[in-house]
Design a protein around this ligand. Structure first.
Ligand code: PEP
Ligand code: MN
Length: 332
């Protein structure tokens, strides 16, 4: 069982709950010590009425661990959570488009793209600097310099930025990055997730191509249990028997995750299909399925992109897409 203490709860109230639990035969410990404090009770809690705990001083709510991921789960009647990234609301009825190149390649490239995706209606600028590439011989990204160029371009265009972090050791480089992306390959890098649980920044958590939705929610739980309440889930395609697209974009994940979790869900139709011509139809389908946003790769010169050019759309195509999404959402 997890006991969520009120932000105003005193240390002695928290101690009283722990003592009460121990005296009643449970083992009890502090799961998260910064506010709101979370306490974890272990033992045979099946017959323990949560109300007995809820009426103790300082207790806000009590959640039974019948759910594998209780903090990510959406309990009966709970509203969907909106995550705010530098003033941009994602989820809870607000839709955001995150767009930009797969990789930051140069100052000129990212400056030009930042301006054009902003003009095309994007809310957040994306750009990878630490690239987890399948081959060690592929372009690995500009690293620290790429992060700096991205944040500079975001500021110039007036857009918050999202970029992938692959190791906690790089956190100091991401100080000015508004949203930390955990890539598909790192969805189950639990040490990274633990660190990002208390990094003080929102996280965009991408689904691993071989991972179930339950595993995605358990990875989100690592972030939430560490005290990070700003978690956005991202469906980006899974590996199936079909090789027609780069991956199989599992759009059923959107309503399923919305049913099971209160967290916002965005869709990446670029990696999900691997081919620019499929990106716009699947982006519209994602919006129709109830997604809270999109992550889209955009490039000014896709044929010469250093990574993922084949799945990158052009800024003018993004513009057309954002207009159609707006209309579609109005109809819906
Ligand atoms: C990306 O968004 O650039 C990326 C590498 O995506 P994924 O982790 O989903 O493969
Ligand atoms: Mn990419």
């Amino acid at each position: 069982m997890i006991v969520v203490m009120k932000p105003s709860a005193k240390t002695r109230e928290q101690e009283a709950v722990l003592t009460w639990a121990r005296e009643n035969g449970f083992s009890a410990e502090i799961l998260k010590s910064d506010k709101p404090v979370l306490l974890c009770l272990r033992g045979d809690t099946a017959h323990l009425d949560p109300e007995r705990l809820r009426c103790l001083d300082g207790v806000d709510s009590v959640r039974r661990l019948t759910e594998a991921a209780p903090l990510a789960a959406r309990s009966e009647g709970r509203e969907h959570t909106a995550v705010t990234v530098a003033g941009i609301r994602i989820g809870g009825g607000s839709f955001a488009v995150m767009a930009g190149p797969c990789s930051v390649e140069s100052r000129d490239q990212i400056q030009a793209l930042a301006k054009s995706v902003k003009a095309a209606g994007a809310d957040v600028l994306r750009g990878g600097a630490f690239k987890p590439r399948t081959s060690p011989y592929s372009f690995q990204g500009l690293g620290a310099e790429g992060v700096a160029l991205l944040t500079e371009a975001g500021k110039a265009a007036g857009l918050p930025v999202v970029s992938e972090i692959v190791s906690p050791r790089d956190l100091p480089l991401f100080e000015e990055v508004d949203l930390l992306q955990v890539g598909a390959r790192n969805m189950q890098n639990y040490e990274l997730l633990k660190e990002l649980g208390h990094a003080g920044k929102p996280v965009l958590l991408k689904r691993g191509p071989g991972c179930t939705l339950k595993e995605l929610l358990l990875s989100a739980e690592y972030l939430l249990a560490g005290g990070n309440e700003r978690v956005i889930l991202c469906e980006r395609g899974i590996r199936s028997f079909d090789t027609a697209g780069r991956y199989t974009l599992d759009l059923a994940a959107v309503p399923i995750l919305h049913e099971k979790s209160h967290l916002p869900v965005v869709v990446d139709p670029s990696h999900g299909t691997g081919c620019a011509v499929y990106v716009r139809p699947m982006a519209l389908a994602a919006a129709a399925a109830g997604a809270d946003g999109l992550l889209i790769e955009v490039h000014n010169d896709p044929t010469h992109a250093l990574s993922d050019g084949g799945q990158s759309i052009r800024p003018e195509e993004l513009k057309e897409l954002t207009v159609r999404i707006k209309k579609l959402r109005e109809i819906l």
